[in-house]
Design a protein around this ligand. Structure first.
Ligand code: ADP
Ligand code: MG
Length: 303
């Protein structure tokens, strides 16, 4: 064992081997371990296990002092192994917490989304007016009612800029992640621009499929930009059609109400109006989600 050998060889070390081991045997955890296993250990076993006991004490102190140890994030534990003293390393509570947080964050796949949603929670959601309270109620109802294979419509959050629509979508996704449910949040306008580029990359289908199959999909800021007929019908339309067939909950946020979005989707960027195409998209959106209007001050103007 490296540190022991080094220490014993170290000419400058003021401690003798004897002193080192008397400290090791004075350690409360070592004492407790030897006491527990008294009947299973001969004096010879203990003599042979000294270096393990030393390793244990040494690594425990490194971990306690936050110094670099052989296995960062792990703490040593004394065990009996094939009748001999041994040391194993178990994850610290801090490491387990960090791993759980990472696993949770991996369940929320984010594309082009602001970073603040990582920390969004339903518990921290302000409900200072009726619109926000209704939105929070709908969110809580969804989170409690959803289970895989059981279709529950998502929420269509409409309301002006800065009322907290994106924040609420993030909070719902984080809450679902706690329950082990995977979701995907996409800033729809950026995704749409990116999808145009997928034609040249020959990846349109693949990129569209990844999105359409997400167990929970959240399309943020839908209607923020005018969509070409291709984006409306072949990208958005196909994604929504699939999700409707498969009964996969889908969330939206928009500055437009559903009625306003209908008009917006009918217009293409050449000034043509295609109300029937817009109606088809809206039918799917209405199947997949229920509208909740959020009103309130623009939270972004706050410091
Ligand atoms: P919208 O998507 O409706 O335009 P956002 O979700 O982006 O609004 O919210 C605007 C700002 O307010 C963001 O910076 C966000 O962090 C903050 N915010 C919104 N709701 C909350 C909340 N409940 N708690 C803390 N901050 C919030
Ligand atoms: Mg937003």
């Amino acid at each position: 064992m490296e540190p022991l050998r080094k220490l014993l060889k170290n000419q400058n070390s003021e401690k003798t081997t004897e002193q080192i081991f008397s400290e090791v045997f004075a350690d409360q955890d070592v004492k407790a371990f030897l006491n527990t296993n008294r009947d299973r250990l001969t004096d010879e076993d203990i003599q042979r296990g000294r270096s393990k006991l030393y390793e244990y004490v040494h690594e425990k102190h490194l971990a306690q002092n936050g110094a670099p140890s052989v296995a960062p994030g792990y703490t040593p534990r004394l065990v009996m192994s094939a009748g001999q003293i041994d040391v194993t390393y178990v994850p610290t509570a801090q490491l387990l917490k960090q791993q759980a947080l990472q696993a949770k964050q991996r369940r929320v796949s984010k594309r082009y989304m602001p970073k603040f949603i990582e920390h969004a929670t339903l518990d921290d959601y302000y409900t200072n007016n009726e619109g926000r309270a209704a939105a929070l109620n709908a969110a809580v109802k969804f989170v409690n009612g959803y289970s895989k294979g059981n279709f529950v419509p998502g929420i269509y959050l409409s309301g002006s800029f800065g009322v907290g629509k994106t924040y609420l979508l993030g909070a719902i996704a984080n809450e679902l992640a706690d329950q082990g449910v995977n979701s995907m949040l996409i800033h729809f306008p950026t995704f749409a621009v990116n999808m145009k580029g997928s034609i040249a990359r020959h990846t349109t289908e693949q990129e569209r499929d990844e999105v359409k199959q997400a167990p929970i999909l959240m399309l943020d800021d839908i209607g923020a930009d005018a969509l070409s007929p291709w984006l409306r019908d072949e990208v958005l339309g196909v994604i929504l059609e699939y999700r409707m067939q498969e009964e996969l909950p889908t969330f939206f946020s928009s500055n437009f109400s559903m009625d306003e979005l209908t008009d917006h989707l009918a217009q293409d960027n050449n000034g043509n109006s295609e109300p029937l195409k817009a109606q088809r998209i809206m039918e799917r959106i209405r199947f997949l989600s229920r509208e909740v209007r959020m009103v309130g001050p623009n939270l972004r103007t706050k410091g």
